[in-house]
Ligand binder design. Structure first.
Ligand code: T3D
Length: 263
């Protein structure tokens, strides 16, 4: 597939997916949904990639659904948004959550609507100081989707989740970091270097273990402590046979840095 609305590449274990409709703040139209879906399928089949960076071109990260595709005459029948969620947004979020490698959201500018919650579905969110997060849905008569009503209360507690979802105000990146919504806020000109260095570190990490960390933390909310202890046991059992565990212990014993292969 030749991409028109995204850029996708893999090099040195690092996959990079850039939403690329800067004139529309990288809002998601049907074509972009198809291309993102195609790239993520390629990534899932790629045995070399060990980390994904998701970012946006230009001054925005992603402004959510392209509302140009949703224009309705006053009083006219609207699109079946349930169909759109089922076809595009729900699979996208589940794919990101289930990818067995860490995903960094490099939030280079405003992340609004589905764009904000796609970022929150990633594993580490780094944002430029000039970026912001907007639960824009209520402004157009919708509810937060892409897991917004699931992520926000878990990350922030219900008071802040309610405020953001009911009011749809911009949350500056620095405050998002202070509140624990994201991993870090960095100066604008530091975002690229910080993300690259984090991606290099993760790409050289024990990929199978990182995938299990991601899975265990994501699933913990629906389990009792005892169930979670069982899940951790099962993960340790599997990882105890991995080449990376053998390398980690050998490197520790030899007092050297580990060279993880991701296997
Ligand atoms: O429909 C379904 O399938 C259901 C699922 C829905 C998921 C959703 O995401 S619903 C929420 C959709 N998104 C929004 O409501 C956000 C709309 N955008 C904004 O509120 C603002 O643009 C921002 C707060 C994100 C940024 O504001 P600002 O002032 O920095 O930029 P701007 O001037 O508003 O936008 C720049 C351009 O991008 C502008 O075009 P123009 O005037 O230069 O020709 C604007 O129209 C365009 N743009 C921004 N967001 C969208 C968009 N065009 C289409 N769709 C957008 N979502």
């Amino acid at each position: 597939m030749s991409y028109q609305t995204i850029e996708y590449s893999v090099a040195a274990g690092i996959a990079r997916l850039t939403l690329n409709r800067p004139e529309r703040l990288n809002s998601l139209n049907t074509r972009m949904h198809q291309e993102v879906c195609h790239a993520l399928a390629a990534l899932a089949a790629d045995t070399e990639a060990r980390v994904l960076i998701l970012t946006g071109a230009g001054r925005g990260f992603c402004a959510g659904q392209d509302l140009g595709e949703r224009a309705v005459a006053p009083g006219g029948a609207a699109a079946d948004l349930g169909e759109s969620i089922e076809r595009h947004y729900k699979p996208l979020i589940l794919t990101l959550r289930r990818l067995p490698l860490p995903i960094i959201a490099a939030v280079n500018g405003v992340a609004a609507g589905a764009g904000a919650n796609i970022a929150l579905a990633c594993d580490l969110v780094l944002a430029a100081r000039s970026a912001s997060f907007v639960q824009a849905f209520a402004r157009i008569g919708l509810v937060p989707d892409c897991g917004g009503t699931w992520f926000l209360p878990r990350l922030l507690g219900s008071a802040r989740a309610m405020g953001l979802a009911l009011l749809g105000e911009k949350l500056p990146a620095a405050q998002a970091a202070e509140w624990g919504l994201i991993w870090r806020c960095v100066e604008d000109d530091e975002l690229g270097p910080e993300v690259d260095s984090l991606a290099e570190r993760l790409a050289a990490g024990p990929t199978r273990a990182l995938a299990r960390v991601k899975q265990l933390i994501a699933e913990s909310g629906s389990r009792t402590l005892e169930q979670q202890l069982d899940a951790e046991r099962d993960a340790q059992r599997e990882l105890g046979y991995s080449a990376d565990y053998a390398e980690g212990v050998a490197a520790f014993t030899a007092k050297r840095e580990p060279r993880f292969s991701g296997r």
